[in-house]
Design a protein around this ligand. Structure first.
Ligand code: FAD
Ligand code: DLZ
Ligand code: SF4
Length: 512
């Protein structure tokens, strides 16, 4: 029986069911570069180039292994420029007896494939994405009748189920599940990013860069220099490098931010894991082995593993459980349009400028920049969640809706009303001052809340807390906030709220 086996741009893994059962003589793989996917948000040009190059290399590897591949390049004649269209065209051309696909990572595509089923003259099977370590059924079973979903509880179950960082007696390695308290060090003086690998561009990547430059001339972001790994072999080299040289410091400086240092001790692996070039469990096992071999401390290995085995799987579970409504949520009733500086990078706030510069240059900024700088600003200023979500989905090389939306709407903006995180990650300039050296180069002063040089994060923080008092004063994890606010007295409170309005006016007028 001839089967058409469809592989999407973020499914570049040979261990998926769609590959495992393939008959080299009869089956055909379909991969397609299409404008519908390349333009449904204003993707960073590096993200498009990374995926197209990785897709082309993956097709080449399949062919080298003896498989038949129908690869439709962006400018190929007849390209219908949509995934549905390309599946229909391939079915017409090849007359397979069935079509097999791995479930996509975004609700809109999943819906599209369900509809396509009805239009196709042959059966369409949607297989589970077995790269994930928690299936939809397992997540739903874990949710059960819990009223609150907390990542920490989920993570413990995942550690047990996959036997990661566990001792023989069923206790967690080192006697604790979580070493987060050790992982909040501010940057020490002179903290820099250790050197990273940079991969030589081969003919395929050069051709893709040329294509992207030509076809996306007004696309967001800097296309070159382009250093991404685009094959599994290169991604494994990046993993080796991280485990050997970077992981030992991962925990200590997980929350630190330093001007001019985009990577610090972060792994840069999300783009590769999400596209399928690395498997999440292999990455966790490598980190665990480094600890067991004495090459990395436990707080680093545990902190790193928690992000992948815990957060990554947890947000995916939340996404599928709460879609399609999840994207519509706006629990804090935030309606402010996204200010232009998110795209242009032009703002006087040094911390925001820095995070946006990394984003523009590398299609990357690390977690604390995403959460506590650009995310925190969006939260405090009341930016409309959907606009912020579309921005995050566009600008990072690792961004797909299943992982981006819960992080943005849930973790950063609290738009889901607390499904993902029990309290908002709101912080004033004092936090940024403590965890970074950004304030040294800023037009504003983090110690000032009202007046000409007042750091916008300060008054916006208090205004945010005052606006949402009804909701947050009942939160047991925010005990001191309202006590401090009340101690300020009416005059100071009015001054802060007026200052917040001035910042918002400056933001709307492009002066912030
Ligand atoms: P590291 O800091 O080295 O972390 C190790 C790995 O853990 C990452 O590679 C990633 O696979 C995983 N991880 C860490 N934190 C999270 C998390 N909160 N959720 C899921 N996985 C996590 N991550 C994405 O992969 N895609 C996104 O589109 C995305 N959007 C985000 C938007 C916002 C507003 C926020 C606050 C976070 C977002 N994250 C996203 C999570 C996290 O910021 C990135 O995974 C991380 O910055 C990627 O860099 P890294 O590979 O160097 O990660
Ligand atoms: C992100 C992306 C881009 C830019 N281009 C393509 C493409 O041309 N062909 C393709 O199959 N996939 C692409 N993707 C990835 C899809 O958008 C991805 O499968 C969905 O976002 C689901 O995660
Ligand atoms: Fe950011 Fe405020 Fe510090 Fe400037 S002073 S870098 S705006 S926290």
């Amino acid at each position: 029986m001839t089967t058409l086996r469809v592989i999407l741009g973020d499914q570049l893994s040979t261990r998926l069911g769609v590959v495992a059962g393939a008959d080299k003589a009869r089956d055909v793989f379909l991969m397609a570069e299409v404008m519908a996917e390349a333009s449904y948000v204003n993707h960073h040009v590096k993200k498009i180039a990374f995926l197209f190059s990785a897709m082309r290399h993956y097709a080449q590897a399949l062919r080298a292994a003896g498989y038949q591949v129908r690869y439709v390049a962006l400018e190929d004649e007849g390209n219908s420029q949509s995934l549905d269209g390309e599946i229909l065209r391939a079915v017409e051309a090849l007359a397979p007896e069935r079509v097999v696909i791995t479930e996509p990572g975004e609700w809109r595509l999943r819906e599209g494939f369900e509809a396509l089923r009805l239009a196709l003259p042959v059966e369409l099977d949607i297989l589970p994405d077995t790269r994930f370590l928690c299936s939809h059924a397992e997540f739903n079973a874990w949710v059960g009748d819990r009223r609150e979903l907390r990542m920490e509880h989920f993570y413990r179950e995942m550690r047990r189920r996959h036997d990661v960082l566990m001792e023989a007696d069923g206790k967690p390695a080192g006697g604790r599940w979580n070493f987060d308290a050790d992982n909040r060090k501010p940057p020490k003086a002179g903290l820099t990013s250790p050197p990273r690998l940079s991969f030589k561009k081969d003919a395929i990547t050069l051709e893709v860069l040329h294509l992207v430059r030509r076809r996306f001339p007004d696309g967001y972001g800097r296309l070159e220099p382009f250093h991404f790994a685009v094959t599994r072999r290169q991604a494994l080299a990046e993993l080796d490098h991280f485990i050997a040289h970077i992981l030992p410091g991962f925990g200590d400086y997980q929350d630190a931010m330093v001007a001019g240092e985009p990577w610090l001790r972060h792994s840069l692996l999300a783009a590769y894991i999400n596209a399928g070039l690395l498997y999440p469990l292999e990455v966790c096992r490598r980190a665990e082995a480094a600890w067991r071999d004495g090459a990395a401390p436990l707080n680093a290995a545990e902190g790193f593993i928690r992000q992948i085995l815990g957060w990554r799987e947890f947000v995916r579970g939340v996404y599928w459980r709460f879609m399609p409504g999840y994207l519509e949520q706006n629990a804090l009733e935030a309606h402010e349009p996204l200010p232009g500086f998110y795209w242009s990078g032009e703002t006087q706030m040094a911390c925001v400028r820095e995070a946006l510069a990394h984003t523009y240059d590398h299609a990357y900024s690390h977690h604390i920049q995403r959460l506590m700088i650009t995310g925190n600003f969006a939260l405090l200023a009341g930016l409309a969640p959907k606009a912020v979500h579309e921005w995050y989905l566009a600008v990072y090389a690792d961004a797909y809706e299943w992982v981006e939306a819960p992080n943005t709407l849930g973790m950063a903006l609290h738009a889901d009303g607390g499904v993902l995180a029990s309290k908002p990650y709101a912080a004033s300039g004092a936090y940024i001052r403590k965890m970074s050296n950004y304030c040294q180069g800023c037009a504003y002063d983090p110690t000032v809340a009202v007046g000409e040089r007042a750091c916008p994060f300060n008054a916006l923080y208090w205004d945010f807390m005052a606006r949402h008092r009804d909701r947050f004063s009942r939160n047991a994890r925010m005990p001191f906030v309202y006590a401090t606010w009340d101690r300020m007295g009416a005059e100071r409170q009015a001054g802060l709220r007026d200052q917040a309005q001035q910042h918002l006016t400056a933001m709307r007028e492009g002066r912030l």
